[in-house]
Design a protein around this ligand. Sequence first.
Ligand code: MD3
Ligand code: FE
Length: 214
Amino acid sequence: MQDSLFGDTPQPDQTLCEGAVVLGGYARRLDPVIGGLLEALAQDAPFRQMETPGGRKMSVAMTNCGGSGWVSDRAGYRYEGRDPLTGRPWPEMPAPLRDLARDSATQAGFTGFDPDACLINQYLPGARLSLHQDKDEADFSQPIVSVSLGLSAVFLFGGLSRADPVRKIGLEHSDVVVWGGPSRLRYHGISPVKEGDHALLGRRRINLTFRRVL
Ligand code: MD3
Ligand code: FE
């Protein structure tokens, strides 16, 4: 299966709306290392399906690296310095990932981005993420950098109110999106991932979101 419609040709940056920039194929530098990095991270901090505060099991399996990690359970959503599953600190953020996040933010016009958290989402076919805002971070002037890997997905991009109309945007392997400024608090989600088999990552979609939490 082809990884990108654009092959090795660099794609122009595309602004979705004010503050939201798609860097098509910008993460291709990770291709030689991403499989090994994910395997090592998941060995230390396994993927797990967290419980929502309402008591439902999420279809997406998650883990984290960096100084803080996002967690959800019956008590709510928050960031924690340790993995509740193991009691250990989350694994360190690997330098190639941190550097990609910094370079992406700079490329999109956000200088000095220094992420202290990376949430790693794993979607098997059928998994989805319903419309939500990311607002568990302290400083909304900091952008979020998201990296899509493996199977492609339909990203849902709404407005500042849940009821606002939603745009659908295809995201494929190695696409990076930087969400800052007025787009930082927009509602967003992922449609159920379709069956497939990706050359590098197999039967799954992985999304990395880099955040400044503290
Ligand atoms: C727009 N992840 O982990 S990444 C999440 O593909 C999350 O796994 C999705 O939403 C995924 O919270 C979407 C794109 C994304 C991430 C954060 C955003 C879009 C955003 C924050 C603000 C606005
Ligand atoms: Fe989100």
